[in-house]
Design a binder for this molecule. Structure first.
Ligand SMILES: NC(=O)c1ccc[n+]([C@@H]2O[C@H](COP(=O)([O-])OP(=O)(O)OC[C@H]3O[C@@H](n4cnc5c(N)ncnc54)[C@H](OP(=O)(O)O)[C@@H]3O)[C@@H](O)[C@H]2O)c1
Length: 326
């Protein structure tokens, strides 16, 4: 039976991936910290490991002994108190992991992000391709790109996944948006509509299995449901599913920029991380988050099953069952 390690297993994507791997009968080890929540890691078949990313020799010994056939590396941060934390964790920990598995027969599936490439151009709104030049404009994206480049240069048996916005049960950031619409408010940032892409968690987890079982190596893939949506469409679908009417609020980007700067300073002063910050502003102000997944379909045979309407229906059903939304 294949032995699989999932780092970042306590998170939204990691815990969903662990569930699916268990369902498929794999032996799963969850890489988590002592402080990590085990709310979604209750299955008695799960083994746990607290990986010492800061002690490469110890990490190397552990990974050699465990002899995993696949490692999914998801541990990482999407928000940071200090920009340097992105580099320390999203690049540094990944580097440490790559150094520790050199010479081992293991496949590494690394969770990068669309942000590593950066948004697309805003004249013709062409979708981003993996062959495009990478131009990340966030600390988060730059650190993910550093990790990708280190991986390409130092390890052979890898697949890099660059998911776009992931949503579904257990997710907490889009949830803030769903709650806002549920409270009858429909905010827009800037006046030019945003082109957005999404992938439902079930489809993303399917891609993980396809990547793990593929013989291909050294590949990079964007992951989305293959469609592009306007921000207005996202709101319309969500409102219809919620059965709510809303008041539209349009904020000019300079106000959002000011607010993001304020939240970032407040975060530094209070030692907290907020959903809105300068990095997030750079993501929100970009108008073209369209990506091309043709190579993912061709190479791995991925066929998206969940478009936005179906995915939002499933997701809101879950929030309601969990009493997170009324
Ligand atoms: N969600 C998206 O839309 C999206 C899109 C593209 C790429 N990704 C990437 O996918 C991965 C998983 O994302 P997610 O949405 O599941 O995020 P998440 O819910 O925030 O989970 C992040 C995971 O990383 C772990 N982690 C964070 N800092 C760590 C540290 N210093 N040491 C060890 N573990 C640490 C967390 O552990 P604790 O529980 O202990 O904090 C948690 O298990 C990330 O690498 C993210 O960049 C996500």
């Amino acid at each position: 039976m294949k032995k699989i390690l999932v780092t970042g297993a306590s998170g939204f994507i990691g815990s969903s991936l662990v569930d699916r791997l268990l369902q498929e009968g794999y032996e799963v080890t969850a890489g988590i910290r002592k402080s990590s929540s085990r709310e979604y890691l209750q299955d008695s078949r799960i083994k746990f490991l607290d990986l010492p990313y800061n002690k490469p020799e110890e990490l190397s010994e552990i990974l050699k002994e465990e002899n995993f056939s696949t490692i999914f590396h998801l541990a990482g941060i999407t928000k940071a108190k200090k920009q340097s934390d992105f580099e320390r964790i999203n690049f540094g920990y990944t580097k440490s992991l790559i150094d520790s598995i050199k010479g081992l027969e293991v496949k590494l599936i690394f969770f990068s992000s669309f942000a590593a490439c950066g948004e697309g151009e805003e004249v013709n709104f062409t979708p981003r391709k993996v062959t495009d030049e990478n131009t990340p404009n966030t600390g988060y994206g730059k650190a993910k790109l550093m990790a990708e480049e280190y991986l390409r240069a130092n390890f052979e048996n890898y697949i890099i996944l660059r998911p776009t916005g992931v949503y579904g049960a257990r997710e907490t950031d889009y949830f803030v948006y769903f709650k806002t619409l549920n409270n009858h408010l429909e905010p827009y940032l800037g006046y030019v509509p945003q082109r957005l892409t999404f992938v439902h968690i079930d489809d993303l987890v399917e891609v993980c299995l396809l990547a793990m079982n593929s013989k291909l190596k050294g590949r990079t893939y964007f992951v989305s449901d293959g469609n592009v949506y306007l921000d207005t469409e996202f709101a319309e679908i969500t409102k219809e599913v919620l059965g709510k009417r809303t008041i539209k609020l349009k904020f000019p980007l300079f106000i959002v920029a000011g607010l993001s700067g304020f939240m970032e300073t407040l975060g530094k002063l209070t030692n907290r991380t907020f959903t809105l910050n300068k990095d997030k502003y750079n993501i929100l102000k970009a108008r073209n988050w369209n990506c091309d997944i043709d190579n993912l379909k061709e190479d791995l045979g991925f066929e998206p099953q969940t478009d936005l309407r179906k995915g939002v229906e499933k997701t809101i059903k879950w929030y309601k069952e969990e009493k997170k939304l009324k």
